[in-house]
Ligand binder design. Structure first.
Ligand SMILES: [Fe+2]
Ligand SMILES: [Fe+2]
Length: 187
């Protein structure tokens, strides 16, 4: 499975900009973390890209429908399980780094994009300090559960500032890559 195939599949099931951008942001963060942990960058990127594949069509049961939508894409059950594990009611333990990571970057990647959109310099120079401030600002991105941002990161065992640096680095790199094909997570 290649990124191109993954993106094609995603486009079959996701039409809204919001979900597409979120998927790209989580992909970016997963790729950065794969590099950090010396893991398979393409696989981790695809986990990020496809983790919400069933969200738009089946929001009520997400991510239960993911296996069905992925069945022609991969027969790797560990891949499907990793995607399922980001759902809290799936009962699938987050027992390895790719699962922990997906959970830890899911909301944080989009939270960081939301912060960047309010800054003139966007992602440039965006550090943990600014993110911490926005986490304390209850009026900002209200839907994002702050406790979960923290607990999922702690479960991964990474310091807050390092977590932000890794994700921001991944977003910067991926934004440049996406820009080459006229796509942006930031406009
Ligand atoms: Fe999700
Ligand atoms: Fe998500």
């Amino acid at each position: 499975m290649t990124r191109e195939q993954g993106l094609e599949l995603l486009k079959q099931h996701v039409e809204t900009d919001r979900v597409m951008r979120h998927s790209l942001a989580v992909e970016a963060a997963m790729r950065a973390y794969a590099k950090h942990f010396n893991e398979d960058v393409e696989r981790w990127g695809l986990l990020g890209l496809l983790h919400d594949i069933d969200f738009e069509k089946y929001p009520e049961v997400h991510p239960h429908k993911a296996p069905e939508l992925l069945k022609d894409f991969t027969d790797d059950q560990t891949f499907v399980d990793a995607i399922l594990s980001h759902g809290d009611d799936m009962g699938i333990p987050r027992d390895n780094n790719e699962k922990k990571c997906l959970h830890a970057v899911d909301e944080m990647a989009s939270f960081i994009i939301a912060i960047a959109l309010m800054r003139p310099t966007r992602l440039e120079g965006l550090k943990g300090k600014s993110v911490k401030k926005k986490m304390k600002d209850k009026a900002f991105a209200k839907a994002v559960n702050r406790e979960e941002l923290t607990s999922s990161r702690e479960d991964l065992g990474i310091e807050f500032n390092d977590h932000i640096d890794i994700i921001v680095g991944g977003l910067v790199e991926h934004e440049a890559f996406l820009n080459e094909s006229g796509i942006s997570m930031l406009s």
